[in-house]
Write a protein that binds this ligand. Structure first.
Ligand code: SF4
Length: 195
């Protein structure tokens, strides 16, 4: 595998163990930066593309490899992963070449937009499932890893089916370095307990 030197992904957060961001136990990566501005987005702190920790795909791969035996796969969200498509593809190639892990990814772009960006075929070789389309408040219906019902599944492999996704909890409480975090497709479900 040949890595392109100097390529960095802007990262918002990595959670090494989660059960609410895809099937099974997963390592989740949230990229930093999103140009979509969906009203009602539950992750506005990930939008600013001028911040975030810059990490090379090889660095991310080494973190992933440390967890490989204890996880089922990698989940990639944001922010908008496809706003850093060159860097993202490099990371996905690393994961594909060096691990047996499944990959689930979210993007606010639609299938048509991804095709126009000439990315759909490339992703089809590297990812098991992408959940595509913007979050639209009036279609809010958090279930099966979708925040709103307009979002579409694109299954590139037979690793997962829709019924697997419907079993994933919409939210969970986890502790990262002693601090409580609420994560998942509908964190408001748990946040409302504390209001
Ligand atoms: S694409 Fe995702 S991160 Fe970006 S604004 Fe829409 S819901 Fe938020």
């Amino acid at each position: 595998m040949k890595l392109t030197r100097g390529i960095n992904l802007r990262i918002h957060q990595i959670i090494e163990r989660t059960r609410a961001n895809g099937p099974g136990v997963r390592l989740a990566i949230w990229v930093q930066g999103c140009t979509r501005n969906c009203p009602g987005c539950s992750n506005p702190e990930t939008h600013d593309a001028s911040i975030g920790e810059k990490m090379q795909p090889a660095e991310l791969l080494s973190i992933i490899l440390e967890s490989e035996k204890e996880i089922e796969g990698i989940s990639i969200s944001g922010g908008e992963p496809l706003d850093q498509s060159e860097e993202l593809l490099e990371l996905l190639k690393c994961i594909k070449d060096k691990t047996q892990l499944s990959v689930v990814m979210w993007t606010g772009y639609t299938r048509t937009e991804i095709e126009e960006m000439l990315l759909l075929e490339k992703l089809s070789k590297l990812v098991d499932l992408i959940i595509v389309g913007p979050y639209i408040e009036k279609f809010h219906k958090p279930e099966g890893l979708r925040g709103s019902s307009n979002q579409e599944y694109i299954f590139f492999t037979k690793k997962y089916f829709e019924q697997d996704l419907l079993k994933v909890p919409n939210a969970e409480i986890i502790f990262v370095e002693g601090e409580m975090q609420i994560t998942g497709i509908n964190p408001e479900q748990i946040k409302s307990w504390f209001k």
